[in-house]
Design a binder for this molecule. Structure first.
Ligand code: GRF
Length: 191
């Protein structure tokens, strides 16, 4: 079963997915990575990992729909069955969501429904919560609101700042995202 991955930043979740496929925790292969930021960390990791990577720079595209149409075409050409948004910092449209019904997964660094949207880690720190975490969920048209697949909670320490809490959450992201993808892959296999 073939995975497509979308990333905008460092790509640590992308690499965690590749690692899970390599060590057999995830019975799939990452067929294609798409990035929107040329030269981002995710693209560099793809080169090191010998995973095909395409740059679809949103700055050169007329609309979100046109960008998503190109992503759908790229994933379909690569024979992708399930798509994972691993730190994709653009709002996606029904063009992409509709092309992969129940097969488009996102990772968000909060315990949804708390702290939707940007900088969820900063929101948690500002709110003074003692428990934070991350959520892997199916993507629907409403941002950060689809069916929840897997969540992980982490403590927020009095000594935490953004980097320390973000690092603790990301360690859990790298564990739950492959888990969530394997759940969806199994469902797809059952047909
Ligand atoms: C992750 O923390 C994810 O939850 C958020 O963006 C970050 C991407 O990190 N949406 P990376 O690019 O996978 O390292």
């Amino acid at each position: 079963l073939r995975l497509g991955v979308m990333a905008s930043g460092a790509g640590s979740n992308f690499e965690a997915l590749v690692q899970a496929c390599t060590d057999g925790r995830l019975q799939a292969e990452v067929a294609l990575l798409v990035v929107n930021n040329p030269g981002c960390g995710a693209q560099q990791r793809a080169e090191r990992l010998a995973i095909p990577c395409q740059v679809h720079d949103h700055r050169g595209v007329a609309s979100r729909e046109v960008l998503d149409q190109a992503l759908v075409a790229a994933f379909q050409a690569a024979g992708v069955d399930v798509v994972v948004m691993a730190g994709w910092m653009r709002v996606v449209t029904s063009t992409l969501i509709g092309a992969f019904p129940e097969r488009l997964i996102n990772i968000h660094p909060s315990l949804l429904p708390s702290f939707r949207g940007l900088d969820a880690v900063g929101q948690a720190l500002a709110a003074g919560v003692t428990l934070a975490g991350c959520t892997a969920h199916l993507v629907c048209e409403e941002v950060d609101a689809g069916r929840i697949l897997v969540q992980a909670a982490v403590p927020v320490l009095a000594t935490d700042d953004h980097p320390s809490l973000n690092a603790r959450i990301q360690r859990q992201e790298h564990r739950i995202l492959p888990l969530a993808v394997s759940l969806v892959v199994d469902l797809v296999r059952q047909g």
